[in-house]
Design a protein around this ligand. Structure first.
Ligand code: PNS
Length: 171
């Protein structure tokens, strides 16, 4: 008797301010692993974001449209409650270096305590992107450095527009 494998929905949560090629690599790999992957942006982040949630949603939508089983969402409150509301049983997170591990372990254990039926799955970042973070991309770009190859071209163009607008205002 053949049994149909269960359909697994995963949430890939984060700030995505902005999405980097490291995030995109994880999305691409996650899309192959899970039946549905929901990339979810935390709405009320303590860090002051460069891009609004709506802008980040747009930037994500521009790059994920090639993956039919990937969608974008946003959330407030507990991540596990959002996952349960979206019928997701997996939280996907990337680990770039050992320095990520402690924070990720704490979050995974807390999330497991809150909802034991939701599992955190970690993927090792592609070594080509393991040094990239949204924070560093913004810093380098703000100081005039080259960020090509670190973020999708559509994101680079948007950052360029944002920076020239800021410069214009300051002039
Ligand atoms: O990309 P980030 O900033 O590292 O993502 C962090 C995120 C959004 C995954 C984390 O801050 C989060 O899950 N926040 C929601 C609040 C929550 O559920 N907190 C308790 C679990 S530790």
């Amino acid at each position: 008797m053949s049994r149909k494998p269960p359909s697994v929905i995963a949430i890939y949560p984060g700030s995505f301010d902005p999405i980097t090629n490291g995030h995109l690599d994880l999305i691409q790999r996650g899309a192959r692993m899970f039946n549905k992957l929901i990339v979810s942006i935390l709405r009320h982040d303590a860090k002051k974001p460069l891009f609004s949630v709506e802008e980040r949603k747009e930037m994500l939508a521009e790059v994920i449209h090639v993956y039919p089983n990937v969608e974008v969402d946003s959330f407030d409150g507990l991540l596990v409650d959002h996952a349960a509301a979206r019928e997701a049983t997996v939280l996907l997170r990337g680990i770039r270096a050992i320095s990520d591990y402690e924070y990720e372990l704490q979050m995974a254990l807390m999330n497991r305590r809150l909802r034991p039926d939701i599992e955190t799955v970690f993927m090792m970042a592609n070594e080509a992107y393991s040094f990239i973070s949204s924070r560093l991309v913004k810093e380098v770009y703000g100081l005039g450095g080259n960020i090509s190859g670190l973020v999708p071209p559509s994101v680079e163009a948007r950052m360029h527009r944002r920076l020239s607008k800021t410069k214009h205002k300051g002039a």
